[in-house]
Write a protein that binds this ligand. Structure first.
Ligand code: SAM
Ligand code: SF4
Length: 335
């Protein structure tokens, strides 16, 4: 195998997140505006191109692949891609193939995902209340997602619920959601809302519920033990002693954990973002399309991009304004 990917701050890069579509069947208020303009289909990497791109990264030492979007399960024929990636699991070149989804299509696809070697998935769910769910996702319906979660559990997939902490919206659901996840044996991770993309009339500062406050409230009800576990990402974990469950906190705003970052993000058009919170990116599609039979230009482009991976992001709300904002939506880079 060739030399692994190491960035200028000596961080090994072994985790690739791939956004396979910018489209979605929901319009979550913190993620998208109601009227989104999506990319023309010809701009997207084909499934074969996505395969070649991911396989090249795996050849360069990527061990973990997370498929995301937009909503990855609305991309046509996406199971063909999952099945293709499973060959790298079988060969032992890839340790984990995983998915972040809004859950709307899980009822259809859970069995296929399990058959393709997916073992764990993240399902994004911010509220357990039907009406609030319809409000926050604009187009989503909670019962469909709950049926999806059920199907995923029956298929043997381990589930982590990702919830965006939103001031005045799901503060009152902190304990009910914790209890639900404990009962259903699912992990739960809370995410601070990040200033990404134009979302219409919504105000980021109005949405922002800091996780230090959320954690303090949780600690009023439970004994929390910090866990040493690190995934190379921004998440930090505690165990609730009373239930044994694991709770994660993704705190890009109140803490900056970029020093151990091990990941890069590929968009559905073949741009590589070396940091979620910065605008710099590398166009890998040209290297791929201009050299259909020679992988060297693509590999070189990947190495050059990793050599420019920045130290970290600059998101900052501390001055009561939104600083460090990036113009693209989370659905573009893949959350
Ligand atoms: N559609 C899939 C889903 O919702 O899980 C995958 C893509 S979505 C962009 C990935 C994650 O990003 C979701 O958990 C979502 O809640 C989160 N997200 C989107 N916009 C965000 C923002 N501005 N700040 C923090 N998290 C955000
Ligand atoms: Fe779609 Fe996920 Fe964004 Fe919600 S967070 S609009 S489900 S991409």
């Amino acid at each position: 195998m060739s030399t692994p990917l190491i960035d200028p701050f000596l961080r090994p890069i072994d985790y690739l997140r791939v956004s396979v579509t910018d489209r979605c069947d929901f319009r979550c208020v913190y993620c998208m505006s109601e009227n989104m303009t999506f990319l023309p289909k010809k701009e997207l990497l084909t499934l074969e191109e996505l395969d070649r791109m991911c396989s090249t990264f795996i050849g360069l030492g990527v061990q973990k692949l997370r498929i995301t979007g937009g909503e990855p399960l609305v991309r046509r024929d996406i199971m063909t891609f999952f099945r293709a990636m499973s060959r790298h699991l079988d060969a032992g070149h890839l340790q984990e193939l995983t998915l972040t989804t809004n859950g709307s299509q899980l009822e259809r696809f859970a069995d296929d995902l399990a058959a393709a070697g997916v073992r764990r998935i993240n399902v994004s769910l911010d509220t357990m209340d039907d009406r609030k769910f319809a409000d926050i996702t604009r187009w989503g319906r909670l019962p469909q997602v709950l049926r999806g979660i059920d199907a995923a559990r029956k298929a043997g997939l381990r589930i982590k619920i990702n919830a965006v902490a939103l001031k005045g919206f799901n503060e009152d659901e902190l304990l009910p959601m914790t209890e639900w996840c404990a009962r259903e044996d699912m992990d739960l991770t809370w995410i601070e809302v990040m200033p990404m993309g134009d979302i219409g009339n919504e105000d980021r500062l109005d949405q922002y519920w800091r996780l230090s406050d959320l954690r303090a409230r949780l600690a009023e009800h439970y004994t929390l033990t910090d866990l040493a576990e690190r995934t190379g990402g921004p998440a930090r974990y505690v165990r609730i002693e009373q239930t044994g469950q694991k709770i994660g906190f993704i705190t890009p705003l109140t803490h900056n954990f970029c020093e151990s970052c091990n990941r890069v993000r590929l968009t559905c058009t073949g741009e590589l973002f070396m940091c979620l919170g910065q605008e710099d990116n590398a166009d890998l599609r040209a290297g791929l399309r201009n050299h259909p039979h020679d992988n060297a230009p693509l590999e070189n482009a990947i190495r050059e991009a990793i050599a420019r991976k920045p130290k970290g992001h600059d998101f900052d709300y501390s001055r009561q304004t939104v600083d460090g904002r990036v113009s693209r939506h989370m659905s573009h880079t893949g959350g």
